[in-house]
Design a protein. Sequence first.
Length: 126
Amino acid sequence: MKRYRTLFYLGAFYNFAVALLAFAFSGHIFPMLGMELPADPMWFELFLGAVFVFGIGYYWVGRDPEGNRGLAALGVVGKVLVFLVLSIYFWAEQIPAAIWLLGVGDAVFAALFLEFLLQKNLDTQA
């Protein structure tokens, strides 16, 4: 169980870091990646807020994995969605590889979160 606690704490840290760094340094990150700043940053900031809130959820799962399996399942869905959307934009050459790689990180976490959910299901059936 300690492994899964650590996994979800790492997931929380990942989300917190992405959200806070992107929010604090978006004025530098966008130009560095060859992208323009959004004309209206509200949607980007709302997205970062959602990333941060999901991080809170992963922290809660880390504190009580068995009691927060629903949050873990929601995390799988959210991380797969982010990976798929970023992949579509990457393959359409609308975002740089650096942003897509963040989505690859989400895909890795999604797979590990799914492993947790499947392992718990296997344990309850035994």
